[in-house]
Design a protein around this ligand. Sequence first.
Ligand SMILES: [Zn+2]
Length: 136
Amino acid sequence: MPLKTCPVCGGAIVGRSDKVYCSDLCRHRTNNQAKASSGEHMSTVNAILKKNRSILKTLCPEGTAVVPRQVLTSMGYNVQYFTSIFVTQRKDVYYICYDYGFLPLIKDDVARALIVKPPRTMQFRDPWLYVKNKKG
Ligand SMILES: [Zn+2]
């Protein structure tokens, strides 16, 4: 029978064949590492969101502003992260970042962002409102 080794410390595993770690200590270490790395991920995302918000605030201290996408990008805006979305009746999608938001536009072949503060009167819209029914 091949000797199983512990994925944490590399030590031999003695005892039941379904044991994964050599000891409770190593099992707890793994759990703690998983917790630490998900905490790290959350603080990375939080930092991105804060940066996004501060970019929107800089470009649009109040009211509305239209800026080329290039400007957002060059300032380090990360469009993958937002705190919520807002879909208007016309199905325009605003990407909200705390108390700011933007609507992507393309005008005269140039990608732009309409930045808003406050992001209008945002009423909650059912996320399933515009979803097509799938059969089968
Ligand atoms: Zn171990």
